[in-house]
Design a protein around this ligand. Sequence first.
Ligand code: HEM
Length: 177
Amino acid sequence: MLKSNRDRYGAVAVSIHWLTAILILVLLGSGFQAANAVDAAVKTPFLRVHISVAIVVLVLTVFRIVWWWLFDLKPLPVEGSPAWQERIASWVHLGFYIVVLGMAASGIGMMILSGAAPAVFGPPGAALPNFTDYPPRVPHGLGGRLLARLLAFHAGAALYHHFIRRDGLLRRMWYGR
Ligand code: HEM
């Protein structure tokens, strides 16, 4: 089933969810590696991966918003979940959208202001700008740390449902009927 129903997520939502999860891990890894690299020969390959994957995540996120907004409906909360936990979950999910879109915007802002695209994607050996000279670098750094924390909290909550409450929450974010 492509679309979600009252009890579980559909194949489109499941695919976007897990693909984005993997790609965000790649973004956090390549972003921190790029930021910590001193040598342009080390930093540039990380940035190539980082920026290309970030564009895919941006497209997937916009598609995900349109998909939810126009075509799909969220399943109901799992049974026995207290209202306050559902509220926190909704805030965390909204937080992901805001932080991911903010990261994409600040990343694009950094690239436009610094004019670094030819150095990153052109022939190897070009000098890179110092990205900390550009204001969007500040929210990009803070957002990356916030995203890593949101991710840990979100994954922790999913594992709590799976192993402690045993309410099948994780299973409904996978393919099946
Ligand atoms: C969409 C989600 C994105 C995520 C989750 C993300 C994540 C990160 C993280 C965690 C860092 C390291 C920050 C630090 O150590 O303070 C970073 C650095 C960086 N990101 Fe992103 N990023 C995203 C999008 C983008 C985009 C769209 C671009 C450019 C078009 C971009 C360009 C950069 C650059 C140039 C750096 C290195 C800054 C430096 O060397 O100081 N990012 N990113």
